[in-house]
Design a protein around this ligand. Structure first.
Ligand SMILES: [Zn+2]
Ligand SMILES: [Zn+2]
Length: 336
């Protein structure tokens, strides 16, 4: 089979490999759609401490069950599935309290074991979720990033009020859609790139560039301001603006991993009782909710995503990393 191997910073090579055989408890999925994630762009550039070459990345994927181990019979051959790539131990204290995303021994498909930038990928059958047979598989592959956004929205929006979202890349755009479906009222999305803001506007958000944010914030939220900020970028400037703008007693949900170190006026957070909340991946319930929103058509990939084959994926990584790709998100179909 063909597989895309990360060999080092900015080097992704198309290589031949054996089709994986399923270990006990596993199925092998024929990949029909795998999204390129922002975290993988960081990996591609050599900025990720967890993505060590040689590695087959790919953790946002959907496809068809092609083979299965003799003890893995939950799915028929040919069944369409989306895969939750977060493999939690199921036994530690965090797992037992229903928080597998912060499992003390978590592993992720595409980081700790071969991922889906390949024609086939082996996964534990327990992490596969059935989707309707007729569902668009590229849409199904959005379940993973959408689940990230649903998790963040739940941490920040209770009850569901207004929200300021930093970033209108894939996670920002899915956060806008998730927050809206979950009952958020006014949504203001902030990004530097006009093309991305146009996507956010089409999805129903008010938009602003960072330099105009102070005045746009007052126009959109009025004197009441907003109690919730979701930062899908995670650099010093977005974190500082979030802290400066959020209401006293408000919450800043930190999703983006742009900078590891940030200088912030934390005494302001103390005096105003602002909560800084880390949000990482999702629970099984968040993932199921993401699949349901996509299957029902409430969240779509229309107008902000594009498809390419495995042969063009390396170039897509390069243009996405350089900011020259005009699409919000690229989804790879290894059959193309
Ligand atoms: Zn991702
Ligand atoms: Zn665990």
């Amino acid at each position: 089979m063909r597989t895309l191997v990360y060999r080092g910073p900015r080097v992704l090579t198309l290589e031949q490999a054996e089709v994986p055989s399923p270990a006990p408890g596993e199925i092998v999925v024929r990949v029909e759609a795998v999204g390129i994630c922002g975290s993988e762009l960081e990996g591609y550039l050599g900025h990720s401490s967890v993505r060590v070459p040689p590695l087959v990345m790919g953790h946002e994927f959907a496809g068809e069950v092609a083979f299965r181990a003799s003890d893995a019979d939950r799915f028929d051959i040919g069944a369409k599935v989306v895969v939750n790539p977060l493999l939690a131990c199921g036994a530690c204290d965090r797992c037992r309290e229903g928080r597998p995303n912060i499992c003390r021994d978590r592993r992720i498909v595409g980081i700790h074991r071969p991922g889906a930038f390949a024609e086939y990928v082996a996964v534990p059958e327990a992490c596969a979720i059935a989707v309707p047979q007729a569902m668009d598989m590229a849409t199904a592959s959005l379940a993973e990033p959408l689940a990230v956004c649903i998790h963040a929205a739940k941490l920040g929006l209770a009850p569901f009020g207004d929200v300021l979202v930093f970033g209108a890349g894939p996670i920002g755009l899915l956060t806008v859609q998730a927050a809206r479906r979950m009952g958020a009222r006014r949504i203001l999305a902030v990004d530097r790139q006009p093309a991305r803001l146009a996507f956010a506007e089409r999805l129903g958000a008010a938009v602003s560039t960072p330099d105009l944010l102070d005045s746009r914030y007052r126009e959109v939220f009025g004197l009441a301001g907003t109690d919730t900020v979701i930062d899908c970028v995670g650099v010093e400037s977005t974190r500082q603006q979030a802290l400066a703008l959020v209401n006293p007693g408000g919450k800043i949900v930190l999703v983006g991993l742009g900078h590891d170190r940030t200088t912030l006026p934390l005494n302001h957070a103390v005096r105003q009782e602002v909560s800084l909340i880390g949000s990482y991946t999702y629970t099984a319930a968040d993932f199921d909710q993401a699949v349901a929103l996509l299957a029902s058509g409430a969240v779509t990939r229309e107008g902000w995503t594009a498809l390419c084959g495995l042969g063009q994926a390396s170039e897509s990584f390069a243009t996405l990393a350089d900011g020259t790709n005009p699409n919000g998100k690229i989804i790879v179909d290894p059959r193309l």
